[in-house]
Write a protein that binds this ligand. Structure first.
Ligand SMILES: Nc1ncnc2c1ncn2[C@@H]1O[C@H](COP(=O)(O)OP(=O)(O)O)[C@@H](O)[C@H]1O
Ligand SMILES: [Mg+2]
Length: 213
């Protein structure tokens, strides 16, 4: 089954063509890296995938449905980890998860059980009452990944998930992702400018000045 189909997407800002006829697809269970230097157009592409901007031409389909016209439905099945931290730093680790689950209308019976499981999986249980601000950079990231998985999305998308982390922590996050694909059969699109991040993926999409190369 196709999770994502991007067909002939172009996007310009004024005279600058940021994405030029970009096409690719992602199937269920794929672990895909979108790699490109700074300024290649990666975040612009992500914004298009999330409906935060519209392409000038081309089409985007998730789960066989056009993004246009089905955005809220589709976003329900996407887990997202943005480049910048999006935690509430004043809430505890656990409350960051509870609040997210509540906002997304999850039944507490379901969400509480999943939260326990995710806290354990990402080794966050012993920090569950810490304020999110007091976590290390790596644990903040792991909390964001846990949160993105709460709704059991069909695809997890991460933008520069390991940027700013030390090498050991980076390894840990990459290990987490590999395990999610291997054990939980989760489909992942990871966006990065680092070649060292693409060791375990089964597909690489290379973006250079807005074009797939
Ligand atoms: N909203 C915008 N308005 C004008 N130019 C933009 C905008 N967003 C991105 N750009 C330009 O598009 C190019 C690609 O940016 P971006 O998608 O952020 O690249 P990446 O994430 O690969 O580093 C850059 O030259 C950037 O300056
Ligand atoms: Mg970027």
């Amino acid at each position: 089954m196709k999770i994502l189909e991007v067909e002939n997407i172009s996007k310009s800002y004024g005279k600058l063509k940021v994405l030029d006829n970009v096409s690719f697809s992602i199937s269920q269970g794929d672990y895909v890296a979108l790699i490109g230097k700074n300024g290649a157009g990666k975040t612009t592409l992500l914004n298009l995938l999330l409906g935060l901007a519209n392409p000038d031409s081309g089409s985007i389909k998730f789960f066989g449905k056009n993004l246009e016209g089905n955005l809220t439905h589709i976003l329900n099945y996407i887990g997202i980890v943005f480049q910048q931290h999006t935690l509430d730093f004043d809430l505890s680790v656990k409350k960051n998860l509870i609040f997210y689950a509540d906002v997304h209308g999850m039944q507490r019976k379901v969400s509480y059980e999943r939260i326990q499981r995710l806290l354990k999986k990402f080794e966050l249980s012993k920090f569950e009452n810490y304020k999110a601000r007091n976590l290390s950079g790596g644990m903040k990231r792991r909390l964001e990944i846990a949160r993105a998985l709460l709704k059991e999305p069909k695809i997890l998308i991460l933008d520069e998930a390991t940027s700013g982390l030390d090498p050991a922590t980076r390894e840990q996050i990459l290990f987490d992702l590999k395990e999610l694909v291997q054990e939980n059969k989760i489909t992942i699109l990871t966006i990065t400018h680092l070649k060292s991040e693409i060791t375990d993926v089964n597909k690489v999409i290379k973006l250079e000045k807005g074009k797939i190369v």
